[in-house]
Design a protein around this ligand. Structure first.
Ligand code: AMP
Ligand code: ZN
Length: 115
């Protein structure tokens, strides 16, 4: 998708701090980190979100990359949270499937109420 920010990162048209990359996925640092570790993982191909007929093989590649990124970022032992904001109510702002890997500090016990 020519006007998609994360497609442009995937194709190296826009710079990002790349943490991990293979033929299928790319992981890069979130530009506005919410925790000491905040890395995003995307499939290189464009899918809007997890419900956008994503082949299971690609979903598997994205989740396999989670474990790799956790190891690279040093949170494999301490733990982390993975989040995929999806659609309007999920407050997804970039409409290219991505998983947030958040860690390096203890999470809030649970999410707050909806507003
Ligand atoms: P979401 O709200 O789940 O759609 O998350 C989008 C994420 O992309 C946010 O956490 C942003 O900080 C992050 N983001 C936006 N632009 C960039 C960029 N150019 N490089 C890295 N991360 C970005
Ligand atoms: Zn895209």
């Amino acid at each position: 998708m020519s006007d998609c920010l994360f497609c442009k990162i995937a194709s190296h048209e826009i710079d990002a701090t790349i943490v991990y990359e293979d033929d299928y996925v790319m992981a890069f640092e979130d530009i506005n980190p919410q925790l000491p570790v905040h890395t995003l993982i995307i499939p290189k191909q464009h899918y809007a979100h997890v419900g956008d007929d994503v082949p299971e093989e690609i979903l598997g590649k994205v989740f396999a990359a989670v474990a790799k990124v956790a190891k690279i970022k040093g949170v494999e032992e301490s733990g982390y949270r993975i989040v995929a904001n999806t659609g309007e109510d999920g407050r997804q702002t970039v409409h290219h499937l991505h998983v947030h890997v958040l860690g390096g500090a203890r999470m809030p016990i649970r999410m707050g109420p909806a507003d």
